[in-house]
Design a protein around this ligand. Structure first.
Ligand SMILES: C[S@@+](CC[C@H](N)C(=O)[O-])C[C@H]1O[C@@H](n2cnc3c(N)ncnc32)[C@H](O)[C@@H]1O
Length: 383
């Protein structure tokens, strides 16, 4: 019987409940929620599925070993017990990332260096050639976690971050991470039939991720490469077969409209290009104008998902106050019965919307504390 591996899918802190329910949807075994991700157990095909299908995960790490180490030597010896030639070629590239807490080995740089030495020394002994370090696009990422002298040694099965789906032709300006955009859409009760509107759409990340969700498209199908594809013994045929199966599970979007608007008309071409690659350009409807004047049609019962600019400098914030105020007013006036999910990184700005939200999901976007504000525009808000 094939061995099940212990894996850890990472996500932005705050998104764990959504990731947990995605893993349950994939019927994976022994799912356990932690801060910053979820553990689960997986056969090789489950690892492929997780990488192809998860929308909110950033990486899927596979545990190679767990051991105690209080010194660099103990760490080095344990790392050398793994046969690294399975994961990277002698002429390939690698990178090591360490997180250390409450341990004798308390310098992550030192830990990264020792782990790298253990790996490359093994290659020199065996092949007389060694992989080099590449911080940006390595073939292999090794993730080390040390907590109270207990070391967890993992390899990254994803390779690049899973937010790099492969559907983005145009980068746009300050696009939302795809994993985060998926989380925002998934935090709503959107029924995939009502129009979904992003009045500040930029490059359309929310619209595209919403379309992928509604069509049951595995977001990883657009990607050219995952880390595990470079490993020795990777079953290419089996993987292609799985991708074919997932392609067959894609559902048409029907008449559902994904409506985008942005003040800058130039941004809308990006949305069209991205939607074309994602496969549902016919469902995309785009407008250029001020979101504060957007024609929300009463009675649509639409779902508004958006990430208005939240400004990083104080001047920007001051300029944005009236935009938020007017946008909130417009929504309350014309969008009665609509569900809204607004991604905000500034509570002062969000308060200008003057809306009562039912739920706030705090999360981190890089270093910025953000929140997804969710609610329904009440029918009687004008009284
Ligand atoms: C934070 S970006 C949105 C990024 C987008 N979610 C993406 O992933 O590409 C905010 C967008 O709002 C647009 N914008 C700024 N003020 C606006 C306004 N008053 N009405 C409509 N769009 C506006 C900007 O042009 C920008 O594209």
């Amino acid at each position: 019987m094939a061995t099940r591996h212990i894996c850890f899918a990472t996500c932005a802190p705050g998104i764990e409940p959504l990731l947990h329910s995605e893993l349950r949807g994939l019927q994976l075994a022994k799912i356990e929620r932690q801060v910053g991700g979820c553990y689960f157990e997986a056969l090789p095909e489950d690892i492929w599925r997780a990488n192809l299908c998860l929308r909110t995960a950033v990486r899927v790490l596979l545990r190679l070993s767990r051991f105690e180490a209080r010194t660099g030597e103990q760490l080095y010896e344990n790392v050398q017990e793994i046969d690294w030639s399975i994961f990277v070629k002698p002429g390939g590239t690698l990178r090591v990332d360490a997180k250390v807490k409450d341990s004798e080995l308390d310098h992550s740089n030192f830990v990264e260096q020792r782990v790298k030495d253990a790996v490359v020394d093994q290659f020199m002994d065996k092949f007389g050639e060694r992989p080099s370090v590449d911080k940006d696009e390595p073939d292999l990422r090794i993730a080390i976690h040390i907590f109270r002298d207990r070391v967890t040694l993992q390899v990254d099965t994803s390779g690049h971050s899973l937010h790099r789906r492969g559907w983005r032709k145009a980068q746009g300006f300050a696009p939302l991470a795809e994993t985060l955009a998926a989380a925002i859409v998934m935090s709503t009760h959107w029924n995939y039939k009502a129009p979904l509107i992003d009045p500040f759409c930029g490059s359309g990340t929310l619209l595209i991720e919403a379309g992928l969700l509604a069509t049951n498209t595995a977001p990883g199908l657009f990607r050219k490469r995952f880390g595990f594809q470079l490993w020795d013994g990777h079953n290419k045929e089996g993987f292609e077969h799985l991708k074919d199966r997932l392609r067959k599970e894609i559902r048409p979007l029907g008449k559902t409209r994904l409506i985008g608007n942005d003040l800058e008309a130039g941004r809308l071409q990006d949305v069209e290009d991205n939607a074309e690659i994602a496969g549902f350009s016919d469902n995309i409807q785009l407008e250029s104008g001020n979101a504060t004047e957007f024609d929300f049609k009463p009675g649509w019962n639409a779902c508004v998902v958006t990430n208005p600019p939240y400004g990083e400098r104080i001047g920007d914030v001051r300029d944005l106050m009236p935009v938020y105020r007017a946008f909130g007013e417009r929504l309350r006036d014309r969008g009665q019965g609509y569900e809204v999910a607004i991604f905000s990184g500034n509570t002062d700005l969000a308060s200008q919307l003057s809306m009562k939200f039912l739920r706030s999901l705090p999360l981190k976007n890089g270093a910025i504390e953000c929140e997804i504000l969710q609610g329904v525009i009440p029918e009687t808000s004008k009284d």
